[in-house]
Design a protein around this ligand. Sequence first.
Ligand SMILES: *[C@@H]1O[C@H](CO)[C@@H](O)[C@H](O)[C@H]1NC(C)=O
Ligand SMILES: *[C@@H]1O[C@H](CO)[C@@H](O)[C@H](O)[C@H]1NC(C)=O
Ligand SMILES: *[C@@H]1O[C@H](CO)[C@@H](O)[C@H](O)[C@H]1NC(C)=O
Ligand SMILES: *[C@@H]1O[C@H](CO)[C@@H](O)[C@H](O)[C@H]1NC(C)=O
Ligand SMILES: *[C@@H]1O[C@H](CO)[C@@H](O)[C@H](O)[C@H]1NC(C)=O
Length: 265
Amino acid sequence: MFAKRAVLFSILATGVGLAQSISLSAGCQSTLASLVVSPNSACLNPQALVGIVTADDNASLVNPIDNWLSGQCSQPQCTNETLANIVSTVTAGCQSDLQSLGFGNLSADEITNVVQMAYPTVRKVACLSNQSNNTLCVTETLNNVQSSVGTLSKTELQSLVSQISGGQLPDIPSSTLCTDCTKEGFNIVKTDFPSLVTSNIEGVVTNECSADFVDGSTPSNIEQTANTATATPAGNASGSTMASLPVGIAFSAILTLTSAFALFV
Ligand SMILES: *[C@@H]1O[C@H](CO)[C@@H](O)[C@H](O)[C@H]1NC(C)=O
Ligand SMILES: *[C@@H]1O[C@H](CO)[C@@H](O)[C@H](O)[C@H]1NC(C)=O
Ligand SMILES: *[C@@H]1O[C@H](CO)[C@@H](O)[C@H](O)[C@H]1NC(C)=O
Ligand SMILES: *[C@@H]1O[C@H](CO)[C@@H](O)[C@H](O)[C@H]1NC(C)=O
Ligand SMILES: *[C@@H]1O[C@H](CO)[C@@H](O)[C@H](O)[C@H]1NC(C)=O
């Protein structure tokens, strides 16, 4: 059930990120809040994350996530230097929060390395779009997941997180998980991180979806919307003011990756 688990763990990671974003330490919050406006983090569209953080507990997060991602995809991509600056500011300002998330043993260098390696792939997957109706694949997938598990609100995510950590997996049909969108996402991950997709995993995915799902061909109606320009770091911003709320993405990316590793190695 690799595909199901992958989706569930992404939900779990996002849920943990959101839960944490509500209970961040004061020091961490002020670090992040003062940095949302930094021109250097514009590549992660941090202003739109505020809409996610401030959404009502029972409101669906799909639209705020869609707003944030579509804005982020049209921004020039972050440079490695910007990512490194964001990580080092956040690891300095949010030390205790990182510790409670279980990342206390990772050095800033290690986190930077993981973020820099994962960022281009995460961005490519996040910016896939269904050309037929101009909807981001993530949005479409989340909408489909919503119709199986109910409104993806903060309240619902918290209950999903406790359900899943209690070993109870919500039943999401294959038709939701095995779409042209998720197929292209799978293609991208397999191309960028071939060692992650072992023949074992490919077998499980084939079982869940179909042989066509793993044939490597790009579905004709799926397009890449990521802006391919590279952000030019603003010259005079100081290094210590470059972090931003998007640490949530980094957390989620790291959580998703480590969950994937924990499951398959
Ligand atoms: C969310 O829904 C629950 C259960 O229906 C309700 O008790 C709670 O007051 C709602 N919260 C908000 C912020 O609307
Ligand atoms: C983290 O570091 C502490 C002390 O250095 C060690 O006891 C612990 O086992 C480490 N945890 C992990 C998950 O590596
Ligand atoms: C960014 O850093 C990663 C890992 O640290 C490296 O693999 C990648 O090639 C770098 N990208 C650029 C454009 O320098
Ligand atoms: C696009 O199609 C998908 C799948 O049928 C659907 O979930 C989504 O709501 C549609 N989006 C729009 C803007 O019509
Ligand atoms: C893309 O959108 C079209 C039109 O709404 C829909 O029929 C199709 O199922 C969507 N593709 C995916 C991969 O969901």
